[in-house]
Design a protein around this ligand. Structure first.
Ligand code: GRG
Length: 306
């Protein structure tokens, strides 16, 4: 068993910058190849506009790293990694619509509906969502159909009313009520943000043939980093600039949203995020060196500036 001190020095030695410099361009290239311009021109252009607008590509990279953490070949998980980014992107397109968060900027660019109109933005989101599932089903090779089916089912659940959609609904219903309980806040974020993190980590592991125990541990790991990610998101909304975020800063205050800093204060929120990440890394101690990328990615979640 790896001691905590060993764990810390192992992770410190891992070059996350080099890892991301290798993975991010691979994901970019895979996304670009996954959806090519086509007919009708407008819909393909709108889908590609948001899909290829940058972003940290955290969900695909988590999926690949998780596949590796249980001894799988990350190439096998690339179609699922792309699908996760398609779904994440469509959720951002819909979230930015006037009917929801009504945002003008995302990833440093005008939002999809600002460029293509609301009608096309809705359809671009729908197109990305449908294609994500088609893409996993048709492009995942070298894995049994059982595993592919299980990964698809996990992802579908994460997207629907028991996942992103449910989280978004409670978020919308809570708007203007900064006094919601911590339980409601947790529900919103565990569904709106956490569910897709979980599917990223668990999906990569399922495709690699993870055991039930490994899946259980990775689920807990993903739960913690998903929550930590959202706490940091809330902190950055207060402390970072629009240029750093690539989207409007201070939106939560403006929309009178309940946030972790509002409930706990900035310092305690940061402490809670650090605690969740430390626990997440410990959960993976028994996975050995193969989990170093995942552990370093957990640190990245709290160290990030956007
Ligand atoms: C999924 C069917 C379906 C509908 C969408 C709108 C909606 C339902 C859900 C909202 C989901 C949402 C916008 C959650 C916020 C997630 C979040 C913290 C986004 C920011 O993620 P980053 O920082 O962004 O990873 P980049 O741009 O780096 O990818």
């Amino acid at each position: 068993m790896t001691s905590n001190q060993d764990l810390i020095s192992t992770i410190a030695a891992f070059d996350l910058k080099a890892y991301l410099a290798d993975r991010q361009p691979k994901v970019e290239a895979a996304l670009d190849a996954a959806i090519r311009p086509g007919y009708p021109d407008t819909i393909y252009a709108a889908m590609r506009y948001s899909l290829l607008a940058g972003g940290k590509r955290l969900r695909p990279i988590l999926c690949l790293a998780s596949c590796e953490a249980v001894g799988g070949n990350p190439d096998v998980a690339m179609p699922m990694a792309c699908a996760l980014e398609m779904i994440h992107t469509m959720s951002l397109i819909h979230d930015d619509l006037p009917a929801m968060d009504n945002d003008d900027y995302r990833r440093g660019k005008l939002t999809n509906h600002k460029v293509y109109g609301e009608d096309i933005a809705i359809l671009a989101g729908d197109g990305l969502l449908a294609y994500a599932f088609e893409y996993i089903a048709t492009h995942t090779h070298g894995v049994s159909a059982d595993r592919v089916l299980r990964a698809i089912a996990h992802l579908a659940r994460a997207v629907g009313a028991d996942g992103l959609v449910g989280g978004q609904v409670v978020d919308l219903e809570s708007e203007g009520n900064a006094e919601i309980s911590i339980e409601t806040l947790m529900y919103i974020h565990n569904h709106k943000t956490g569910a897709l993190f979980k599917s990223s980590v668990v999906g990569g592991a399922i495709l690699a043939g993870a055991t039930e125990l490994e899946i259980e541990k990775l689920t807990k790991f993903a739960h913690n980093i998903g929550l930590a990610f959202q706490i940091i998101d809330d902190i950055l909304d207060i402390t970072a600039t629009q240029a750093e975020l690539g989207k409007t800063a201070g939106k939560d205050l403006q929309a009178q949203k309940a946030t972790y800093p509002k409930l706990w204060g900035l310092e305690e929120s940061r402490h809670q995020a650090d605690k969740l990440v430390a626990e997440a890394k410990t959960i993976l101690a028994e996975f050995g060196d193969r989990a170093r990328p995942l552990q370093a990615l957990a640190d990245y979640i709290t160290d990030r500036k956007n």
